[in-house]
Design a protein around this ligand. Structure first.
Ligand SMILES: Cc1cc2nc3c(=O)[nH]c(=O)nc-3n(C[C@H](O)[C@H](O)[C@H](O)COP(=O)(O)OP(=O)(O)OC[C@H]3O[C@@H](n4cnc5c(N)ncnc54)[C@H](O)[C@@H]3O)c2cc1C
Length: 442
């Protein structure tokens, strides 16, 4: 163990997967690490709740075959045995009818598109699957890319409503790189051309997060819950500015280095002294929020894990029937995500309004569905910065992970770019943040 690192006191802000990974890697290298978490639990977007007797993620989570960092972590923590793969089914609710989706036969028999559109769509997915360097795709928008590749009609049928009910007025501001890596991630998570396979952990993401937390404690690190950082303290000015600690619950605590893993718009709020150019970069990045409805039903709603929706009466991009991936206790668990810019008039509605709306949509999808007889429990969760809007030129738009303020390292889910949000990416970026801090400590 390096004695300099041994002396480094590191504050990590946020106990989501990224903060925990950064803390663990720094503690393993010999630093004294304290993680500050505003919430009453670890996990951030991957946090668990007790949902009418079922421990479950607040937001749906699945694992794809390219999630290599997750697999490495499972190995490191002796948890490989918790990983399960399920042959999942996909559905597409299009203009009042539910179709099979996600395999060539479904595509060929789908009546909403002509043969040429279908061939173009299939080729587009295959092409995305083969792309290794997404940089050239950073130059243009996903809308432009899709319309050119699959045509206007296929774009309208397959993509427009998915984008609209996630990003609304920002729907045309997404880069092709961001979309392409998402298509590739799911496309690579197949057992064969005909079968999609998605993964989950027995016990959920919580087993992995708890294992990291436990190991961190054994290494002398600590996670403080209900401990929101109110300020990142800076010493000196201009080029000599240095992170010197954090203020938590009114108390200033000295640290040698600060690693921030909270959504960057929050960091700007607790760090008015962030250099102007870094602050401007953070301010230019847009995010959408999410309100995610969670339902527990007596019986399965469909046989699909994932259902995309394109129907003028339904204002969500899809439904996720989680128990068709992870069977749990025999009940059916459904997630209905309402993504939208935080400025959208719907965003601040109370949870019951979202729940009632979802049940109404489900009745449209399955007129025989009787919420009074089926629903055992319902709840919802809200996350303010749930999805970054990764626009063309995003590589250059990203703020640096190593700030000009010495001893300050910062990242959030936008730094996965061009990859999409995932626990795997959180761990990868958290590890990089800790490596930077450790390098500087040496
Ligand atoms: C709807 C939804 C579905 C998802 N589906 C999947 C999926 O299927 N598979 C997958 O792998 N990933 C999925 N993800 C993504 C995954 O959850 C995230 O990539 C991951 O949790 C991000 O971790 P993080 O640590 O980077 O950030 P976060 O999870 O955002 O953690 C940040 C933490 O910082 C805390 N914090 C904020 N401000 C302060 C402060 N001032 N002081 C102290 N703490 C603070 C927050 O409370 C939070 O705990 C999904 C996310 C969402 C929202």
């Amino acid at each position: 163990m390096n004695s300099d690192i041994d002396l480094a006191r590191i504050a990590v802000i946020g106990a989501g997967p990224m903060g925990l990974a950064a803390a663990y890697v720094a503690a393993r290298a010999g630093a004294q690490v304290t993680v500050f978490e505003r919430d009453d639990r670890i996990g951030g977007m991957s946090a668990f709740i007790d949902f009418a007797g079922t421990r479950i993620e607040r937001y749906y989570h699945f694992i794809c075959k390219p999630d290599q960092t997750t697999f490495d972590y499972l190995k490191e923590f002796g948890l490989e045995h918790t990983l399960r793969w399920t042959e999942t089914k996909m559905g597409f609710y299009f203009n009042g009818r539910l179709y099979d989706w996600g395999h060539p036969r479904a595509l060929l028999t789908f009546p909403g598109l002509g043969l040429i559109d279908k061939i173009r769509y299939g080729l587009h997915v295959m092409k995305a699957k083969g792309v290794d360097d997404w940089r050239p795709y950073d130059a243009f928008s996903s809308t432009q890319w899709l319309k050119q590749s699959i045509g206007e009609r296929a774009y309208d049928v397959l993509w427009r409503s998915l984008f609209h009910f996630k990003f609304y007025e920002l729907q045309d501001q997404l880069s092709a790189s961001w979309l392409g890596t998402r298509i590739k991630r799911v496309a690579l998570s197949r057992k064969s051309l005909f079968t999609e396979e998605m993964g989950y952990l027995v016990g959920g993401s919580e087993v992995l997060l708890d294992a990291v937390h436990d190991r961190l404690r054994k290494l002398g690190g600590e996670v403080r819950l209900n401990a929101g950082v109110e300020q990142v303290c800076i010493e000196g000015g201009g080029g000599a500015a240095r992170a010197s600690g954090v203020k938590v619950n009114g108390e200033v605590l000295p640290f040698d280095r600060v690693i921030s893993t909270i959504p960057l718009p929050y960091l700007v709020r607790v760090m008015p002294d962030l250099p102007a150019d870094e602050r401007a970069k953070v301010a230019a990045i847009k995010n959408v929020g999410v309100v995610c409805v969670l339902l527990k039903l007596k019986q399965p709603f469909t046989r699909n894990f994932w259902m995309n929706i394109n129907d003028p009466r339904i204002e969500i991009p899809g439904l996720i029937e989680y128990t068709n991936l992870n069977p749990l206790d025999g009940t059916s668990i459904i997630y209905a995500p309402y993504y939208m810019p935080q400025t959208h008039p719907k965003y601040r509605r109370d949870f019951q309004t979202f729940i009632d709306e979802t049940l109404g949509y489900m009745k449209l999808i399955r007129p025989d569905f009787d919420p009074a007889a089926q629903v055992l429990a319902s709840t919802a969760s809200r996350y303010e910065f749930a999805q970054t809007v990764c626009s063309p030129g995003f590589y250059d738009a990203l703020p640096p992970m190593r700030s000009k303020v010495r001893g300050l390292y910062m990242a959030d889910t936008s730094h996965y770019y061009p990859e999409d949000r995932s626990i795997s990416e959180s761990v990868r970026i958290g590890t990089q943040l800790a490596a930077m801090a450790m390098d500087d400590a040496r």
